[in-house]
Ligand binder design. Structure first.
Ligand code: NAP
Length: 457
């Protein structure tokens, strides 16, 4: 007798939606007539990092939502938002309703940087700033822009470092046309940053920027990009890296163009410094007054060594953009060093090496917080293939009817949101944007209770 496979995907960001899509389109193993998927999301809205990670002035990347919406038009995929896994729902509970659970919870926190002074006021994690300017419901509405903070440091030369630098260097007016919420626009008006100093601990051939994002930095008329020549070295290891990767060569070409360019006199400057490793955030009366770096030199292998020479940079705020870190998931093993759930191609593995039956991972929680959104597709394909090959060994749920899960949530009083609810909120936010003389693309609603109220109305 054939049966329907029930799968819960925890996390409705791109990784989760791609997994749901691939699951419902895959060739099914013997004995399975169909697959239905429930996407279970902590936010009241779908799309995870696209809504709360992609910078508001990157509408091109946000266009990915169109493809994700087409996936969600499939009746075999449902959306349940505003449900916190671990608090509202545990793994054992999910097992009552699903054959398998795929975790696609991503990474939303900042990786720690263990240097003196990192906890001073004015020292921030990039992820916190991103969550603020993207209007995440769970963060404070106000950002701590100090009235005198004209020079700030950004640590790390990945695309998040670029996002943070750009948002700090742009004016509130430039960002008003995007989807930023009202509190973010008001907050940005208090930002007096003139100079953003971005620090790479290695050389130009080792930066993690991508060419398009780096080029785009100079598109704002209010920003000059200034690449400093000190540390702009290409040793044999660097040249080899450039020969091996065309995109890295493009990045270095863009950096070289900036290096050769005369500043235009724009009111804001983004400075890029190489071979400067952060060693201390300097403070006075509990607040940031500077950053101390150690000058490094390339060692020929793509790595650097310290030279013992230190430089103090007078900055009034520090943003560390040194990578994201995932949240530990209740009932699942967790590797603290990598910030991932231990797995073998997507099958969750216990600390003793045995598989955790019916539990899978995909996206950043599977392989760490690197790679562009599109990369999560191949990830999901690998996880789904393993899941489907495990079907003969999966324990069938006690309550396989889809309605049983809704009834369970209702009996627990969980105020979940649905796809219909998201469409209502989406329309509401777009109409708020239109009300502003068609100048604003959308105005995001920030308060969780308001989002839930509109979605469930
Ligand atoms: P990332 O690309 O891994 O960059 C992290 C940066 O932090 C690296 O330059 C790294 O330098 C540096 N770093 C790490 N530890 C450090 C330390 N102790 N001291 C100083 N520097 C340190 O991470 P990300 O910027 O968070 O981006 C995550 C992923 O999202 C990436 O794949 C990125 O491309 C993607 N993304 C894309 C966009 C877009 O617009 N397309 C926007 C945002 C993010 P080392 O290399 O020396 O370790």
């Amino acid at each position: 007798m054939s049966r329907n496979l029930r799968v819960a995907v925890v996390g409705a960001g791109p990784a989760g939606v791609y997994a749901a899509d691939i699951l419902t389109k895959s060739e099914l193993p013997e004995g399975v007539s169909g697959v239905t998927v429930d996407l279970i999301e902590r936010d009241p809205t779908p799309f995870g990092l696209i809504r709360y990670g992609v910078a508001p002035d990157h509408p091109r990347i946000k266009e990915i939502v169109k493809a994700l919406k087409r996936v969600m038009a499939n009746d075999d995929i449902r959306f349940f938002g505003n449900i916190a896994f671990g608090d509202d729902l545990k793994l054992d509970e999910l097992r009552q309703f699903y054959d398998a659970v795929v975790f696609a919870t991503g990474a939303r926190r900042d990786r720690d940087l263990d240097i003196p002074g990192i906890d001073l006021d004015g020292s921030h994690g990039a992820a916190d700033f991103v969550n603020w300017y993207d209007g995440h419901p769970d963060v404070d509405r106000d950002w701590d822009f100090q009235p005198h903070a004209e020079s700030v440091a950004v640590l790390g030369v990945g695309n998040v470092g670029l996002d943070v630098s750009r948002i700090l260097a742009k004016t509130a007016e430039e960002l008003l046309v995007t989807e930023i919420p009202d509190n973010v626009y008001e907050g940005l008006k208090k930002n007096v940053t003139k100079d953003v100093h971005v620090f790479a601990r290695r050389g130009p051939a080792q930066v993690k920027f991508t060419p398009m994002e780096l080029r785009e930095l100079s598109h704002s008329p209010t920003i000059d990009v200034i690449v400093h020549p000190e540390g702009f070295e290409l040793d044999e290891g660097s040249l080899e890296a450039l020969r091996a990767a065309k995109s890295q060569k493009l990045v270095v070409d863009v950096l070289q163009n900036y290096l050769a360019k005369e500043p235009t006199g724009a009111p804001h400057r983004i400075h890029i410094h190489f071979c400067q490793s952060p060693v201390e955030v300097l403070g006075e009366d509990g607040r940031v007054v500077g950053l101390r770096t150690e000058v490094t030199e390339l060692d020929g292998t793509g790595n650097v060594r310290g030279t013992g020479e230190h430089i103090d940079w007078p900055v009034q705020a520090v943003y560390r953009a040194i990578g994201y870190y995932s949240d530990n998931l209740a009932g699942l093993p967790f590797d603290l060093a990598t910030g991932t759930v231990p797995n073998d191609g997507g099958r969750v593995i216990e600390i003793d090496g045995s598989p955790l039956p019916g539990a899978y991972v995909t996206g950043w929680i599977k392989r760490g917080p690197v790679g562009l959104i599109g990369h999560t597709k191949s990830d999901a394909a690998q996880t789904v293939e393993l899941l489907l090959s495990d079907v003969p060994n999966l324990q069938a749920p006690d309550s396989a009817e889809p309605e049983a899960f809704d009834a369970h949530l209702d009996s627990r009083g969980v105020q979940y949101t649905t796809w219909d609810g998201w469409e209502k909120l989406d329309a509401h936010e777009l109409s708020l944007g239109e009300a502003h003389d068609h100048e604003r693309e959308r105005v995001k609603v920030v308060a969780r209770d308001e989002m839930v109220r509109i979605s469930r109305s």
